[in-house]
Design a protein around this ligand. Structure first.
Ligand code: AHR
Length: 309
């Protein structure tokens, strides 16, 4: 005999845990770090979960490999924060064939068959872009506006929606002009690099539209180094997205003029979906998170204090 007491609970009853494989984009931004933390805080053993976390370093091929590993490990749920919208059909068909529900979080996917995922929760990136573009339209009225547009990861929903918001406003308002457009890959280093090269070629810049806070931090460093004035009291207005604690701190100090929230606290939202599925209910196929926006003229310290990440 094994000598064990058959009536005592096993020391490590991992079989009772719900196993969640989470394929994360990477660690490109403060937003992403907060998003990872939210998932790790939610999917803990004390809540009845075992989380298998994979960081794809911003590469879709790594995400596809991670999903295949999750299928092999026979996880109970696959959660995917997709780097780009397209290119998921094959691997998600494999997950479907294995009978593993797939929950998409944050950015969206563009698949030929919507039954390839069970549910999605994330941001309305187009709405975010529309808010930011409306700020430019409202604040400049009919004046000529030269805009430097630093995009996020090309092909991600966050880039597609925020870019569409700006480009739509430019198409409708003849005074708005995009004088430079390049990806800063949602990172501070690349945001700074792009801005440095743009400054060498352009004299008159009125707005820098950064598609996340980390790009804005890099842009601010480049503007400082070039001796430009910016923000609330300066010549160059700065728009940003995410509204992280650090981003809002720069908004309160007037470095960033307008910061549109993108909320990363998806852990409990994904858990709600899993609980519904466990209970035999059908979760909403798509759920958008409510998000705010912060103007340097009206933001308060309390807005920052309310933001842990
Ligand atoms: O998909 C959300 C975006 O991805 C955030 O705006 C950005 O900071 C992150 O990298």
């Amino acid at each position: 005999s094994s000598g064990g007491d058959a009536t005592a609970p096993p020391a490590d009853d991992s079989s009772a845990l719900i196993v969640v494989g989470f394929s994360q984009v990477g660690a490109e931004s403060d937003w992403r770090t907060a998003n990872t933390q939210s998932m790790k805080d939610t999917f803990v053993e004390a809540n009845g979960y075992k989380l298998i976390f994979d960081d794809a370093q911003q590469k879709q091929e790594n995400q596809i490999t991670a999903i295949r590993n999750f299928i092999q490990q026979e996880v109970d749920y696959i959660v995917l924060a997709p780097v780009t919208e397209t290119g998921w059909d094959t691997v998600l068909q494999e997950a479907k064939d294995a009978g593993i529900p797939v929950i998409i979080v944050d950015r969206m996917i563009d698949v030929s068959d919507d039954s390839l995922y069970t549910a999605w929760v994330g941001s309305d990136f187009r709405k975010e872009g529309d808010k930011a573009a409306a700020w430019i339209v409202d604040n400049f009225k009919d004046k000529e506006v030269n805009i430097v547009h630093i995009q996020g990861t090309i092909g991600s929903s966050a880039q597609i929606g925020r870019t569409a918001g700006l480009e739509d406003a430019v198409a409708k308002n003849s005074n708005l002009k995009i004088i430079a457009q390049q990806s800063g890959e949602f990172t501070q280093a690349k945001g700074q690099e792009v801005m440095e090269s743009v400054l060498k070629q352009n004299d008159k810049i009125d707005v820098v539209y950064c598609e996340n806070d980390n790009e804005a931090f890099g842009v601010i460093d480049a503007l400082e180094a070039a001796g430009k004035t910016y923000g609330k009291d300066g010549d160059i207005k700065i728009i940003s997205f995410d509204a992280t604690n650090a981003g809002l701190t720069d908004t309160l100090s007037g470095k960033i003029n307008y910061n549109v929230e993108c909320n990363p606290l998806h852990g409990p939202r994904v858990e709600k979906i899993i609980k519904q599925l466990e209970g035999g209910q059908t979760p909403d196929k798509k759920a958008y998170v409510d998000e705010a926006a912060f103007d340097a003229n009206t933001i308060t310290q309390a807005d920052i204090d309310a933001r842990a990440y």
